[in-house]
Write a protein that binds this ligand. Sequence first.
Ligand code: BES
Ligand code: ZN
Ligand code: ZN
Length: 500
Amino acid sequence: MPQSLVIQTAPLPVRPADVLVIYAAEGQPPAGAAAELWQATGIDWSRIAGPGKFTGKAGESLTIPAPAGIPAERALLVLGAGKMAEGSPPLSAFTDRGGSLLAKLSGKVERVGVVLDGPELTPQAIAEIAAGIRLRHYRFDKYKAPKPAEDNNDPPTLTVTLHVNSKGAVDHAIADRMHVVDGQLLARDLINEPSNVLGPVEFAGEIEKLHERGVEVEILLPEDMQKLGMNALLAVAQGSPRPPRLAVMRWDGGKVGEAPVAFVGKGVCFDTGGLNLKTGGGMEDMKGDMGGAAAVVGLMHALAGRKASLNALGVVGLVENSIGPSSYRPGDIVRAMSGTTIEINNTDAEGRLVLADALWYTQQRFQPRFVVNLATLTGAIIMALGHDHAGLFSNNDELAARLFAAGQATGEKVWRMPLGPAYDKLIDSRFADIKQVGGRPGGAIVAAQFLQRFIKDTPWAHLDIAGTAFGGPATETNAGWAAGFGVTLLDRLLRDSYEG
Ligand code: BES
Ligand code: ZN
Ligand code: ZN
């Protein structure tokens, strides 16, 4: 059984705990309630702090074992809070603070008390700390045998008590923020789940569970997609014995009749590459090639949980890109739902085919205010931006600027990449209206140009999350593989610019 986590709040002063935690800003002694606690230890601050010692930089820590004078059974943990910024730091500075707190705990710790008293610690900031603790605590260990009790240092439950000044407002902010964490952790679970367990049909089954939360769910079967002419998506699916699904999720929390905001996800439950088979190294990562779809599902989960006041739509195309006698071939020409014919050049560029039909369907049927799609689309975006930014492509400067700002606030950062006619020309085809791939140079941009051929005049943004959805280095808020990138970013976009 994984260790469970309880986060609760209580007023100051602190109560007895195994570990008590205080923060100190860079170059400063602890302040407020943290200063009182420190004084009770009787230790002179100048003995432990200063250049070459504890400086208060974010991520720094100092453990005082079994301190006298305060109710900490095992230790007092002093954490660096970083610079007291002029103006307000991004919210993600607080999420990181929570994550690094959890990362610093070791040994048999059951009860942790955290002093959160200071002018920068608004209810929203404290909610971010709570979110960071939960995000960092997450593990995907359901397939591992439990450790025998004698090697297991983790007590069954870790209780973290946040000691705060205005408990009512903080509890409210935490409850609201936790819905978004729930959505992000759901996305991680879906991405981490192996493909033998989670194929298109099983994924659609998980999506149906959103109905319990008030989300309307509709699942399109292969025959429905055939009738609609979604031959691009169906071409990818035809090599697999596991049939495709297209899932539509609607959260109607806004005004009746108001056009929805729309999110579309690539849900390739496993990407072998098809006949253009991928090489063996790292192919197992392709269980995460549904990271775009997982983010859309996580977002819908979050919006329903916090009862967001807007109409939002999620559409995900779920397929397996497999290899076999019925696989689609390079050279094949398929007619997408939009009527555009596509010459296939590489069966490993399957994601754009799935999105071509999912994007067209979304615009055609729902006339959304905007559409944002998320996809683990290209290896090229990983070469360009690594794991710290997703690629952002857009036909709309306002939407792009809002996404950029949401990325800076949440730490799920995006970097805008260009689009333009010189790139678009690369997908002109000798045999069909367009071809699917334009060669290696600018691969992520050419993929975006392909998607844009299926965008009408709807404001649109494409997030290429191949580098950020999974497989990056551990961060303050993620100890594992899948990140759940996109849920918090898009939740922030909606809160800041589209709700109310
Ligand atoms: N799913 C991959 C992209 C990918 C690679 C995502 C690594 C995450 C990690 C995508 O379907 C793909 O294979 N793209 C090809 C396109 C190429 C054939 C034009 C690529 O990027 O190599
Ligand atoms: Zn591929
Ligand atoms: Zn893929």
